[in-house]
Design a protein around this ligand. Sequence first.
Ligand code: NAD
Length: 245
Amino acid sequence: MLENRVAIITGGTRGIGLETVRVFYANKAKVILFGSKKETVEKALETLEQENIHVKGYFPNLKNIEEIQTVVSQIIKEYGHIDILVNNAGISANKKIEDTSLEEFNHIMELNVNAIFNLSKVVVPYMKENRSGVILNTSSMVSIYGQPSGVGYPTSKFAVNGLTKSLARELAPFQIRVNAVAPGITKTDMIADVPENIIKPLIQTIPLGRIGEPKDIANAFLFLASDLASYITGVVLSVDGAAMN
Ligand code: NAD
């Protein structure tokens, strides 16, 4: 479904991002994963090599537009074009507002929102040149309902939806599609610390009766990245088993 497409996937070292790397590669994309540091990128590349999956990895600081430009220029030099950008890296929060500092709030916004802006700003000119491209963002079901603590996280994901819908309108004349996937609770490190006594009752509220697997989200990204979605832009696709909160 993605033959010869060059795809960058941020947060590609584990969880949803790593599974998206696998699914895109299986569909013949040339994949470049981004991670936060050298060690985790190397570990991910090693794991993938063992699975006979050959991809490249980089670890630019997503808060630094110059570092991003350097890495993206290297990718363009090597591959000639970037067809798909998956802005997936993200961090969450769960503290009460009284216990959250402005620095902590800003830290979430910087990675979950500003980094998407930075990377999109650098990649869009290359996509415009080709008059084609797909940008995909990882939102969350909390971008629809909010959540009862950790206000920075849902705030950032509401912003991801706004950025997605607005960029979709701005870039549509250049045949660049911009969509987001809003996962429900998904089995990754992000929820590994949530105790069983909280997870179990949560599962009971999900009509499909289970939490999501990274592959559920990766498959949604595959569809939106592919030509099957060629008339879809500006959409936030919920992949959450019809979870209500
Ligand atoms: P995860 O913690 O397994 O993965 C997070 C990824 O983000 C990692 O690959 C990590 O390298 C990257 N990352 C973290 N800090 C970074 C930084 N400073 N710079 C660059 N990269 C950084 O969690 P996940 O569940 O796979 O999360 C992926 C995305 O899915 C996030 O945007 C998250 O908000 C979203 N999401 C997750 C769930 C869930 O229940 N797991 C639900 C909704 C949305």
